[in-house]
Ligand binder design. Structure first.
Ligand SMILES: *Cc1c(COP(=O)(O)O)cnc(C)c1O
Length: 397
């Protein structure tokens, strides 16, 4: 038997894989499965962004670039952070990576020593705990509650602090629960981070996908002292429907950015040259396209919220951003649906897939087993159809 590295044994494959594999299998057999599990916009990348990439290919922009990204894109990032977030950075404070996931990964690799602790909030994005472990550190999970709109309290944070605390990761707007951190909470978190000498990794990938009068505030914009301890993570995947292009970026203290660049230079080298050109164009010019997509996400959110209000025995907190709704299905635990014992979120998701032909993500993937995640990155028509099916499978069985 070949023995694997501890770090590889230590991480688990995403618990969502089993459900999506089963959904795929069913589709292959011709079953029409409605997909509520998508983690990406269903829109196409705007045409002029694609055109920029085509021009880049035709002009021969197809070779290695500097490992940390081209200056043109870094300048576009700097202009974006100034325009949208009231943040000023110089070129040595920005690094472009192969998606925001890669940005967070490199960041953790650059700052964590074995034994360090990194605070995250549950429900959390699936990859945070595993990326922290891959950096040799330990995730410390602070739970948030549905009745608090999934916003953390500073008192709960205090209990997570130890001598080993190194950093915390915040994610607003949040995947999976759609909460948006208000300014007051961000100021409290900032004070807390400063007092406890923590670095803050601020995952702002859903910044633009935000509804009603909610406003995105980058924690780094709250003052020079917190800016000097924050790594702002963002990218083009969610905002511009560019998930496949794999471009993310980080802005932060120059020494950490330099360390990340060194790590990147020995692993992936530069992010794709063509995608970098297209991303620079997106950041400069695509704001009109973004508003259209966000308006559609908001319309769908309103639709799904109105519909779910009519369902008994489930509860949820109305999402203020991102394109997910986190549904509390805990009242079904310990019960039977069509001779099937429902013990946890995986059972519930599996039941929905089998009986309702609707694919959702079980909350256990996000450290919150009483929930399932529904993505509204799908058409209103499919949302209506899928909700009908859920209603029938759960309430008319
Ligand atoms: C999608 C997502 C990312 C990563 O996006 P990339 O495609 O790697 O740029 C990061 N954080 C959260 C919370 C996400 O949902």
């Amino acid at each position: 038997m070949m023995s694997l590295a501890k770090r590889a044994k230590n991480i688990t494959a995403s618990p969502t894989l089993a459900i999506s594999a089963k959904a795929k299998e069913m589709r292959k057999k011709g079953v029409e499965v409605i997909n509520f599990s998508a983690g990406e916009p269903d829109f196409d990348t705007p045409a002029f962004i694609k055109q920029t990439a085509i021009s880049a290919i035709e002009e021969g922009f197809t070779k290695y670039t500097p490992a940390s990204g081209i200056n043109e894109l870094k300048e576009a990032v700097i202009a974006k952070l100034h325009r949208d977030n009231n943040l000023d950075y110089s070129i040595n404070q920005v690094i472009v990576s192969c998606g925001a996931k890669h940005s967070i990964y490199n960041c953790l690799q650059a700052i964590c020593n074995p034994g360090d602790e990194v605070i995250i909030f549950s429900p959390y994005w699936v990859s945070y705990p595993e990326m922290i472990k891959l950096a040799g550190a330990q995730p410390i999970v602070v739970n948030t509650k549905e009745e608090d709109g999934f916003l953390p309290s500073v008192s709960s944070l205090a209990s997570a602090i130890s001598k080993k605390s190194k950093a915390m990761i915040i994610n607003s707007p949040c995947n999976p629960c759609g909460c948006v951190y208000p300014g007051k909470l961000l100021r409290e978190i900032s004070k807390f981070a400063l007092k406890n000498n923590l670095l803050v990794i601020s995952d702002e990938i859903y910044e633009k996908i935000i509804f009603d009068s909610n406003k995105h505030i980058s924690i780094a914009s709250l003052g020079e002292d917190i800016k000097n301890r924050t790594l702002v993570i963002n990218g083009v995947s969610k905002t511009y429907a560019m998930t496949g292009w794999r471009i993310g970026y980080t802005a932060g203290p120059a020494d950490i950015i330099k360390a990340m660049s060194n790590i990147q230079s020995h692993s992936t080298s530069n992010p794709n040259s063509i995608a970098q050109k297209a991303s620079a164009e997106a950041l400069k010019c695509a704001q009109g396209e973004v508003s259209k997509m966000v308006a559609e996400f908001e319309r769908r959110r309103n639709f799904i919220v109105e519909r779910l209000k009519t369902f008994d025995r489930i509860s949820f907190h109305k999402p203020d951003g991102a394109f997910y709704l986190f549904l509390n299905i805990g009242s079904f635990f310990g019960q039977r649906l069509k001779a099937r014992d429902i013990k946890n979120s995986v059972d519930f998701a599996d039941y929905l897939l089998e009986q309702g032909k609707v694919a959702v993500v079980p909350g256990s993937a996000f450290g919150a087993d009483r929930y399932i995640r529904i993505s509204f990155a799908t058409s209103i028509e499919d949302l209506g159809k899928g909700l009908d099916r859920i209603e029938t499978a759960v309430f008319k069985n």
